[in-house]
Write a protein that binds this ligand. Structure first.
Ligand code: APR
Ligand code: ZN
Ligand code: ZN
Length: 358
């Protein structure tokens, strides 16, 4: 196999040939046809979350089954699959309570080696997937079979970013028709929150981002108002538009303490503050306890859009097929595997919404 491997934090990924390991009974080999480049990959590459290295990156992808392990009965070669950023084992504490996005099976699996480097060292993969490769080896619980004619480059984005954003609006927050929404951070995930809020029928959607291209995209995806946080006071603008109250739902989609505080301040009494951004390990935030209590503001984390992936993936596909969810316009660049380092740079520079390796 060929894969993009992280050997050292803050150093370019190295594209190299790896020897495949024998397929275990519950594993599936997949030809990766498309893989999205997500901010979380950039975060892991920078050491924000310390995984043991070397590591194959990439955690949102689509492809075709090449080969199944002896114990796999419900997938066969040729099947069209989407890789899920968290597995769904169906048996753990969370899966049986309908919270499959919190499935703990991935932790039980640990870091399973996916290939062998030229020097003999074994390499594991991010979220046990490693979609920055031409072939990936996944546990059965990490793959979902799909039957759709949507292009794989769009399906790939449903494996993490789009599901995380749309799910934050539809599942975690339950955005209601006619409500006022603020989305802070308009990358691939934030723009998906905006689309989710639009699908839910929000009356007003404020999109906050310092990058002009992102604000322009936000309007295309359904935002009604944009705010540049470098020249405007976000709280002032939201309060003025809501007769001093604040918004019904606010979303932090950057992964920083300051923007979480901003999301808290922009919410109305009784409003919901949803934290979607992925902050580095150990990051802390300080919020006013009295206001939280007196004004009944709730702050809630949203992991993988609170998605029940086996239920939500077909729903999202139906929304795309029906023209109600636009994933195609989120793909700014189609690149080759060996251009992944430039895709990281382009993401940090705010040049792209999503790059997809095809
Ligand atoms: N206020 C508002 N937006 C900001 C600010 C700020 N102070 N600082 C940066 N941003 C914007 C960036 O300009 C960018 O458009 O936040 C956006 C982040 O988007 P991406 O880097 O494309 O990241 P994305 O893939 O959308 O993920 C966003 O959600 O799931 C998590 O791990 C993910 O933490 C990441 C976040
Ligand atoms: Zn992701
Ligand atoms: Zn589980």
């Amino acid at each position: 196999m060929r894969a993009a491997v992280l050997h050292e934090h803050n150093a370019p990924l190295i594209i190299e040939e790896l020897e495949l390991l024998p397929l275990a009974a519950d594993e599936i080999r997949v030809e990766v046809t498309a893989s999205g480049v997500c901010h979380s990959d950039v975060m892991v590459a920078s050491g924000g979350v310390p995984f043991p290295l070397p590591l194959i990156l990439g955690h949102e992808g689509a492809g075709r089954v090449l080969e199944v392990g002896a114990g796999v009965v419900d997938l066969r070669p040729g099947d069209h699959v989407v890789a899920a950023f968290t597995p769904v084992c169906g048996r753990c504490f969370f899966c049986v309570r309908g919270q499959t996005n919190l499935c703990t099976f991935g932790q039980e699996l640990g870091m399973v080696p996916k290939g062998v480097l030229a020097d003999g060292r074994e390499v594991a993969a991010l979220t046990n997937l490693g979609t920055f490769a031409d072939v990936l080896t996944a546990h059965r619980s990490s793959l979902v079979k799909v039957e759709t004619d949507l292009p794989d480059e769009q399906l790939a984005l449903l494996g993490c970013g789009v599901t995380t954003g749309v799910g934050a609006a539809l599942n975690t927050a339950n955005v209601t028709a006619g409500s006022t929404v603020v989305v802070i951070g308009c990358g691939g995930v934030g723009l998906s929150v905006i689309q989710g809020a639009r699908i839910a029928g929000a009356a007003r959607i404020f999109a906050v981002d310092p990058v002009e291209m992102k604000r322009k995209s936000a309007l295309d995806f359904g935002a009604t108002d944009v705010i540049d946080p470098t020249t405007e006071d976000v709280i002032d603008v939201v309060k003025t538009a809501t007769r001093g109250l604040g918004a019904d739902f606010t979303f932090e989609v950057v992964g920083r303490a300051e923007t979480l505080v901003q999301a808290f301040d922009a919410a109305r009494p009784g409003g919901d503050v949803v934290l979607v951004g992925f902050a580095p390990v150990g990051a802390q935030v300080s919020l006013p306890i009295l206001q939280m209590m007196v004004e009944e503001k709730s702050v809630r984390g949203s992991n993988f859009g609170s998605a029940q992936f086996l239920r939500d993936l077909p729903r999202l596909i139906a929304l795309v097929e029906g023209g109600r969810l636009d994933v195609d316009s989120m793909i700014s660049r189609r690149i080759r595997l060996d251009e992944v380092n430039d895709a990281f740079r382009a993401m940090d520079a705010g040049e792209v919404i999503r790059s997809v390796i095809v």
